[in-house]
Design a protein around this ligand. Structure first.
Ligand code: URA
Length: 421
């Protein structure tokens, strides 16, 4: 087979055959098809899209480039969740131990943040001693003993995606529904859970800014999950403003612990419970009430054991920033705008995120805010606190926040959960 024939066909709008797709994904993973030819094919897919049949084969080929895990030896149902990424979206942290406390094992292979969206592993690494790398044996043992693992994916999980995602990142081919859907779902299906809940974000801080595009991405991913035998549901949720009251690393761990202790911001609690109910229902436990496991401390107990199992000290003080800079409310009235993208960029510029995969992140950097959208504020009250280890980062973070806060504007906030697919 020849890569030029494959990319010419896609360029000209001719659907690819299953053999062509399987060959090109494997040959690219093995290094036999070079980046320049794959770049051309990705750009052709970007403009031409894929048929449902092409997408199913493409996704399966990405799964087959590595290993699909078998978790049947655990002897209990398994469920996982994936968020398409947002600002202040720490729900994985309380959710995994919460669902595990309800009797469903949660094998969560997570990623790191890139750009303005945070990464679960970066947040958890703010906990002194906590390690993201867990070997296969220890991973299964922790799922048996504790019921939840949040860790880095190994090299055998959809290796085609690692190469393809890095190439898409530098060729302007990230924002394509079939390429995003196949990238996410190949990894999630390969992870081996019985049920999957997708949190598809929409709004300024999300990949997909427009609700209709987010719904289409959700429908595409649910279709791929169901076709692969994974019970899959998607919630389309608001990312026009950030979630909770904190965006960063240690600050998001602190907020997650508040939720596990029965407190925390109402939107984080509501979304965590909504996702937990979907995971439990997908795993065959629709009658279990996760709110009970938050109230009676069982979820907190699993959190502590989950952190300790990966070397972390759940009682250790979290890193504190060297510098704090307060931004006050510009007027008295109802806070109607707190732009997710702007806050995400500010947290990133303060050191919470990275521009390139190899960059380090600062555990103590981030932004916290004292009021959420819809709440009353008074002119001059402290509204945002910028936290960083490096004061020279503050001016660029402030620049990102220009126009991000609005009082009594005509912005209409999205409902927290827009749709269920
Ligand atoms: N996250 C992924 O894993 N892949 C994409 O393509 C986009 C977001």
């Amino acid at each position: 087979m020849d890569a030029i024939d494959v990319l010419r066909a896609k360029r000209d709008g001719v659907p690819l055959g299953a053999d062509q797709i399987r060959w090109v994904i494997q040959a690219y993973t093995d290094g036999a098809v070079p980046d320049e030819q794959m770049s051309a094919l990705l750009m052709a897919v970007f403009f031409r899209g894929m048929t449902a049949d092409e997408l199913a084969v493409w996704t399966q080929a990405m799964i087959d480039s590595g290993e699909r895990k078998d978790l049947s030896s655990l002897g209990r149902p398994t469920a996982d969740k994936h968020s398409t990424g947002g600002v202040g979206d720490k729900t994985t942290l309380p959710l995994a131990p919460l669902v595990a406390a309800c009797g469903v094992a949660v094998p969560q292979l997570s990623g790191r943040g890139l750009g303005h969206t945070g990464g679960t592993l970066d947040k958890l690494e703010a906990i002194p001693g906590w390690r993201a790398d867990v070997h296969e044996e220890a991973y299964l043992q922790q799922l048996r003993d504790v019921g939840a693992v949040i860790c880095a994916a190994g090299h055998d999980l959809a290796p085609a995606d690692k190469k393809l995602y890095a190439l898409r990142d530098v060729t302007g081919t990230v924002e394509s529904i079939p390429l995003i859907a196949s990238s996410i779902m190949s990894k999630k299906i390969a992870e081996g859970a019985d049920a999957l809940v997708l949190d598809v974000k929409t709004g300024s801080g999300a990949f997909m800014k427009d609700p209709e595009a987010s719904r289409e991405l959700a429908r595409t991913m649910v279709g791929l999950g169901e076709a692969a035998g994974v019970r899959t549901v998607a919630l389309v949720t608001a990312m026009d403003r950030p979630l909770g009251r904190a965006a960063g690393n240690a600050v998001e761990v602190a907020e997650s612990v508040e939720v596990l202790a029965g407190g925390g911001p109402a939107d984080v609690v509501e979304l965590t419970l909504a996702l937990a109910r979907e995971m439990l229902a997908g795993a065959g436990r629709p009658d279990v009430d996760p709110a009970e496991a938050l109230r009676d401390g069982r979820a907190m107990d699993v959190w502590r054991r989950m952190i300790a199992a990966q070397g972390g000290d759940p009682d250790a003080p979290l890193p504190q920033p060297a510098e704090r800079h307060v931004v006050t409310a510009p007027a008295t009235g109802t806070l109607t705008r707190l732009d997710a993208y702007a806050l995400g960029v500010a947290a990133w510029r303060l050191g919470a995120g990275r521009a390139r995969k190899e960059d380090p992140v600062s555990a103590a950097a981030g932004v916290v805010w004292t009021a959420g959208v819809g709440e009353q504020v008074t002119a001059g009250q402290p509204l945002l606190e910028l936290q960083t280890d490096d004061p020279s980062r503050i001016p660029r973070a402030l620049a990102a926040l220009e126009g991000a806060v609005g009082v009594d504007t005509d912005d209409v906030p999205l409902p927290l959960v827009l749709d269920r697919i």
